[in-house]
Design a protein around this ligand. Structure first.
Ligand code: AMP
Length: 302
């Protein structure tokens, strides 16, 4: 059940209708690692930060069972920085700043102890870096899940398509699925994207839930209607962490079990949005997670 996670570990500055943050810890791999740590330990992390990244936050990851041997620290450089602003209904966001900094020439070195991982989560990063990780693994994992975003579709489309061809599951949002496929209908988009390689496709629709496409099946999971939504940042990554974490724990890759994994991912994402950044993800208990999963089951049973 060993899990390897790569992706950005970053500083984010966020603006939502409920407030603004200065630089706080974010990044795809931060959300994925924290979320999946509720299902499997250790979570083996490969990422890069600058000397400005707080050592206390690295210790915080370790307390969650995240192995940071593969986290490179470039003492004289700056961490990746991203800033985004959400619209009033929080369904869309505008990227204000992307400063790649240490990510610009990131060479993902895989520690020997991370070889032979069974599950690989390729969090949001340059697609050529994601592909390098696959190429550097001596054995192909049982499952490779990949997340990406419009930024890479805009600037590295060809590289992205080459990487997508190598993964088992692609997880993207509805706008990204439309941009990637050039199709408005999500059914047509799914067909085109799966023809690029992945056997499964997850299309996230924010507060409207998520769709899981298999070869001949579709599953729809709602998002939980929540009283408090403060900050959707990282919801997609937290979802992915819960999804792959659940599969790694269960070890069953049937479509039926993937449905349950989508519900666990959705439950983890529902926590993420309740507070700014990773705040809500650092102190969850198993009973709270189980209760949320049960709320999903109750919501759709009729
Ligand atoms: P999500 O809200 O799940 O799409 O993910 C938000 C996270 O993605 C933030 O914490 C950012 O630091 C990170 N992020 C934004 N843009 C990029 C990018 N181009 N490459 C890698 N990570 C990014």
């Amino acid at each position: 059940m060993s899990l390897l996670v790569i992706g950005s570990v970053a500083f984010d500055a966020l603006e939502t209708p409920f407030g603004k943050t200065d630089k706080i810890v974010g990044g795809a791999a931060s959300y994925i690692s924290l979320s999946s740590s509720y299902f499997v330990k250790p979570v083996n992390l490969v990422a890069v930060v600058g000397g400005d990244f707080p050592k206390s936050d690295i210790a915080g990851f370790q307390e969650h069972g995240v192995d940071t041997t593969g986290l490179q620290i470039k003492e004289n450089e700056k961490s990746f920085f991203w800033s985004g602003r959400y619209s009033n209904d929080m369904n869309s966001r505008e990227t204000l700043v992307t400063e790649l900094n240490v990510l610009a020439d990131f060479d993902p070195i895989i520690p020997e102890a991370y070889q032979n991982c069974e599950y690989l989560m390729l969090g949001n990063l340059a697609p050529q870096v994601q592909r390098t990780v696959i190429e550097r693994l001596q054995n192909r994992p049982k499952l490779i899940v990949m997340d990406t975003m419009n930024f890479w579709m805009d600037i590295a489309y060809d590289e992205l398509v080459k990487t997508i061809a190598l993964v088992d599951v692609l997880s993207i949002n509805d706008d990204e699925a439309r941009q990637l496929s050039n199709e408005y209908s999500l059914i047509k988009a799914a067909r085109k994207i799966m023809a690029m390689g992945p056997k499964y496709l997850i299309i996230k629709k924010g507060e409207h839930g998520a769709l899981l496409f298999g070869q001949n099946e579709i599953f729809y999971a709602p998002a939980l209607p929540l009283e408090d939504v403060f900050d959707p940042t990282g919801a997609g990554d937290t979802f992915a962490g819960g999804f792959i974490g659940y599969l790694a724990k269960a070890g069953d890759l049937s479509f039926n079990n993937m449905k349950t994994a989508v519900i666990h991912g959705s439950a983890m994402a529902s926590f993420c949005v309740e507070k700014f950044g990773t705040e809500r993800l650092v102190n969850l208990g198993q009973a709270e997670i189980d209760a949320r999963v049960q709320m999903f089951a109750d919501l759709v049973r009729f």
